[in-house]
Design a protein around this ligand. Structure first.
Ligand code: ZN
Ligand code: ZN
Length: 357
């Protein structure tokens, strides 16, 4: 269970914080449910409302915590009860997730909770989520080790004649088989000239001799995401794509070696961009160098040309340079790192020197 102390200290006027979104509820409570209402009161008391589908699991989950659990009935009066509870608790300013609610949902709550003032706190919650606890880092490291395991086994599967969809399916099966509790995102597999599309959807194209195969994939473990990309060759690589591979690899290694706490997102991006530029492929590196991960696959902070925020200790960041040349192909190599005060830890263990199958 995490506290919302930092939200109350960022918003002095706040009497309570209402957390409705699935991800933020999971973030604070560690309890996964598609429905629930989490309320933090400024005095430190925490209340969690859920329905019969989750009630027994919630009783077990919160048994040794100070969280007070409430059961939602099967009628529309539940939010009236929450409103009454907030009024009885002398709440007049209620924090809510402006980043998560739809306009329609927000209007409904505002109409129902008539006497309360709504204070947008979604950005502050995302700010808190940026800096990971050791428990979160451990979950992400576990997700990444599952993803590395799937990469190891896919090398025995890829051959001339299998399709991009076959490879995506096998990777996803292996991630589940190795203990992943879900997928972090839809698997990307791009072979041959399809490799020039950074986020290509896998197709029924068959792998041909000489193809580069780019795979971008990640397991989820207890809600937390991992993310990696490798490009491997089947048969003798095309000379230009092989050269591109060496440039991307050099840029990626250089960035990982030199990234550090306190560096801005733009400075981080430049570490790889300068090498790609110097080798004549600057215009073909068309996205930011990296992003954070957590409960979402793309989180703040980012490594990109206009991102001036500095990297703090205990943030996660991917380093994923790529070069994409239309009608030729593409290469991307991506590792997932933890930034620490005095060092950078690479959670990705898979081989990245050129692999020819
Ligand atoms: Zn990725
Ligand atoms: Zn990524």
């Amino acid at each position: 269970m995490k506290t919302a102390e930092s939200i109350f200290s960022m918003h002095n006027e706040l009497d309570a914080l209402m957390v409705l979104s699935e991800k933020n509820r999971l973030y604070y409570t560690g309890f996964a449910s598609t429905f629930g209402v989490l309320i933090f009161l400024r005095d430190g008391k925490t209340h969690f409302y859920t329905d019969a589908r989750y009630y027994e699991m919630a009783q077990q989950h919160f048994a040794n915590s100070d969280v007070e659990l409430h059961l939602f009935g099967a009628n529309a009066a539940n939010f009236d009860a929450i409103y009454q509870f907030l009024l009885d608790s002398n709440v007049s300013q209620l924090g809510f997730e402006d980043t998560e609610l739809t306009v329609n949902e927000f209007n409904n709550y505002r109409n129902k909770f008539k006497e309360l003032k709504f204070v947008p706190c979604g950005g502050s919650i995302l700010e808190q989520r940026k800096i990971k606890t050791q428990d979160e880092i451990d979950l992400i490291a576990k997700a990444q080790s599952i993803t590395d395991g799937a990469f190891k086994s896919i090398l025995r599967f890829i051959k001339v004649g299998v399709t991009e969809l076959d490879i995506a399916c096998e990777l996803e099966y292996q991630m589940r088989k190795l203990g992943g509790t879900g997928l972090a995102f839809d698997t990307i597999v791009a072979s041959g000239i399809n490799g020039s599309k950074p986020h290509a959807h896998p197709t029924d194209k068959k792998i041909a001799n000489g193809d580069a195969v780019t795979m971008d994939f990640g397991a989820r473990y207890n809600g937390y995401c991992s993310d990696m990309t490798r490009t491997v060759f089947v048969g003798k690589p095309n000379a230009e794509v092989k050269n591109i591979y060496e440039i991307v690899l050099k840029a990626q290694k250089h960035a990982i070696k030199n990234l550090a706490c306190g560096m801005s997102g733009a400075e981080g991006h430049a570490l790889a961009a300068e090498i790609i530029d110097a080798n004549g492929y600057g215009e073909y590196f068309t996205h930011g160098l990296g992003h954070s991960v957590g409960l979402d696959i793309h989180e703040e902070p980012r490594l990109s040309p206009r991102y001036e925020q500095k990297l703090q200790s205990n943030v996660l960041i991917t380093v994923e340079p790529g070069i994409y040349v239309p009608n030729v192909g593409g290469v991307r190599i991506e590792d997932l790192l933890v930034i620490k005060e005095d060092r950078v830890i690479d959670l990705t263990s898979s081989e990245k020197n050129i692999i020819i199958l």
